[in-house]
Design a binder for this molecule. Structure first.
Ligand SMILES: [Zn+2]
Length: 254
């Protein structure tokens, strides 16, 4: 039997002991799971580019997360220009009101987000978007740009957001929350399978039913199994569909 084709569409592979130990790396290679490792600032963008030279199971995205809206943008532009063809997308980028206690900080996040979208548009690259507490604003801004492959990671939108996602052919990804949240299961019900990817955003500590387990790509088969149950399709059909969605999104075959 051939191995499953699975890609973690949004994870943070750099700078942590959990992902860098040899047991994890070897298990990942053995299981045939691939990962898209997004960045949050200049340092992690460089780290991801360097890790991709070492490991062929990962591809790097570079970008500045809204939490780091104060990051040096000139340095980011240097990373962009010096490492052409060594990254495959822009992310993790977006907006997040949780990090803003003033309107001016939110305005700075928006300025940064627009810059990141401009880079992606110019270089025809996919984007990986963070939209906690700001999804409506994020969708409005993204629609202004001519970017073909847009992923709303950890999607948690309402009916109106879902309509816009479908109308614009944007992708959404779901992670371990799908294993315990009835609300997210309802959301998945309203989104066609051809727009769905899977992710873990790892390593993240899930205190819920996981009892402090760190999320890792090895949770992905369970997430896909849950999706297949919701969509009333076989596990293998859903697994292959999500794999081909992800290849299309990133415009790269592993
Ligand atoms: Zn993330």
């Amino acid at each position: 039997m051939s191995p499953l084709n699975i890609i973690d569409s949004h994870t943070h592979f750099y700078g942590n002991d959990f992902y860098s130990n040899s047991y994890f790396i070897n298990s990942l290679k053995f299981s045939n799971i691939k990962i898209i490792s997004v960045s949050t600032n200049n340092q992690s963008s460089l780290d991801n580019i360097n890790l991709a030279k070492k490991y062929d199971f990962m591809i790097p995205f570079i970008g500045i997360h809204p939490q780091f809206y104060y990051e040096n943008i000139e340095n980011f532009e240097l990373i962009l220009s010096k490492n052409k063809k060594q990254f495959y997308g822009i992310g993790e980028i977006g907006l997040d009101r949780s990090y803003c206690d003033t309107l001016s900080k939110y305005t700075s996040q928006k300025q940064l987000f627009r810059k990141m979208l401009e880079y992606a548009e110019k270089q025809c690259l996919p984007v990986s978007i963070h939209s906690r507490n700001s999804l409506s604003d994020v969708i409005e801004i993204v629609k202004e740009y001519d970017i073909k492959n847009v992923l709303f990671h950890w999607f948690d939108g309402d009916v109106n957001h879902i309509k816009q996602i479908i109308d614009n052919n944007y992708y959404v990804s779901f992670g371990p929350v799908l294993l315990y949240s009835k609300r997210i299961i309802k959301t998945v019900n309203h989104i066609p399978l051809n727009l769905i990817l899977v992710e873990t955003d790892g390593p993240l500590n899930y205190s819920n039913c996981f009892k402090s387990v760190l999320s890792s790509p090895f949770l992905l088969p369970s997430i896909i199994f849950r999706l297949s149950y919701i969509k009333h399709k076989s596990f293998h059909i859903v697994c292959e569909k999500i794999f081909s969605n992800t290849i299309k999104y990133v415009n790269h075959s592993f």
